[in-house]
Design a protein around this ligand. Structure first.
Ligand code: GH3
Ligand code: MG
Ligand code: MG
Ligand code: MG
Length: 295
């Protein structure tokens, strides 16, 4: 069920909105002013907002401004509701990031159609954003999103002075998989590899595909040794994984892994440095024997 937050200082308007929206099957939350609206948005899952323009305290426009400055609410559809049909006010509401503007007293049928439109647009936007962040084949973060999330995590960890570990993983002799079993089999192997990563590492670790058969994991709040152990656990799990590539054929793979830790290098809270160091350790793992973790 989708949740709509209706914000208006007029109680009768709120009651009317609640009645009309509930009749359409929406869950309705209400607020009498901008401040309570913002606090509800912080704490509840809201799918869209109906926002009165004139309210005592924080005005509708200022509430809207606060919403658009919040990264978490960037896609929240907002329809402004106002008794005013002043052209300049309509223009500013739209410029401030309202999706739509409806005058009061509203016509329920029209308002509901506008709400459906705004919700549809939100859904499409979220789908596209997700596609833009996800590696199509393996469904883990793509390189750009991995970097984006890792950068965020690194600055958080640096602020609270907690360690963070970045691992680079590269499948051993993957070219031979393609050459022997074909490119489709290679793709299946990549999917299984990513699935095993997702299974092994914690929900709040950041996993990404950063190259053809290269993956990276960013582990916030993790001591160097724990990062190493997690990778070693993964290495063993992978070694024992039997991958079904269809046509009654199975195969096994291994990976080499390099692990870099922020508090073990000078200026270690730096994405490029950590990636570079992890890559160097990965190279050593390849040199030494493959199927190995080096930190
Ligand atoms: P090493 O142990 O030194 O890492 O050897 P390797 O064969 O794994 O490394 P190399 O870099 O020589 O080969 C990587 C191969 O990965 C070559 C490339 O065709 C293949 N590859 C990259 N992306 C994909 C993909 O999306 N699907 C498939 N099937 N293969 C891919
Ligand atoms: Mg009002
Ligand atoms: Mg490689
Ligand atoms: Mg490789």
């Amino acid at each position: 069920m989708q949740t709509i937050l209706a914000v208006d200082d007029a109680k009768d308007t709120l009651m009317l909105l609640e009645f009309d929206l509930q009749a359409e099957g929406y869950q309705v939350l209400t607020a009498n002013d901008g401040a309570s609206a913002l606090s509800i948005l912080e704490n509840e899952n809201v799918d869209m907002l109906l926002l009165d323009l004139y309210m005592p305290g924080i005005s509708g426009l200022d509430t809207l401004k606060a919403i658009r400055e919040n990264q978490d609410l960037i896609n929240l559809p907002v329809i402004m509701l106002s008794a005013s049909d002043d052209e300049d006010e309509i223009v500013s509401a739209l410029e401030f990031g309202a999706h739509d503007y409806v005058t009061k007293p509203y016509i329920a049928k029209v308002l509901l159609a506008r709400i459906r439109n705004a919700l549809r647009l939100k859904e499409k936007t979220m789908k596209l954003e997700n596609l833009a962040k996800t590696d199509f084949l393996t469904e883990v973060n793509n390189k750009g999103e991995f970097e984006h999330q890792a950068l965020k995590s690194i600055s958080q960890m640096s602020r609270i002075n907690h360690n963070l570990v970045i691992a680079m993983l590269d499948i051993d002799h993957f070219k031979a998989v393609n050459d022997t079993y074909g490119h489709d089999a290679g793709d299946i192997v990549l999917k299984h590899f990513a699935k095993e990563l997702t299974k092994t590492f914690r929900d709040y670790d950041i996993i990404g595909r950063v190259g053809g058969e290269e993956f990276a994991v960013c582990m916030p709040n993790t001591a160097q040794l724990d990062g190493y152990s997690a990778c070693e656990r993964f290495r063993v799990a992978l070694e024992n994984l039997i991958i079904d590539i269809g046509n009654d054929q199975t195969l096994s793979i291994t990976a080499s892994i390099g692990v870099a830790s922020a508090q073990h290098i000078d200026g270690g809270y730096d994405f490029s440095r950590l990636m570079h160091l992890a890559d160097q350790f990965l190279y050593q793992a390849k040199e030494q024997s493959r199927n190995k973790v080096v930190s």
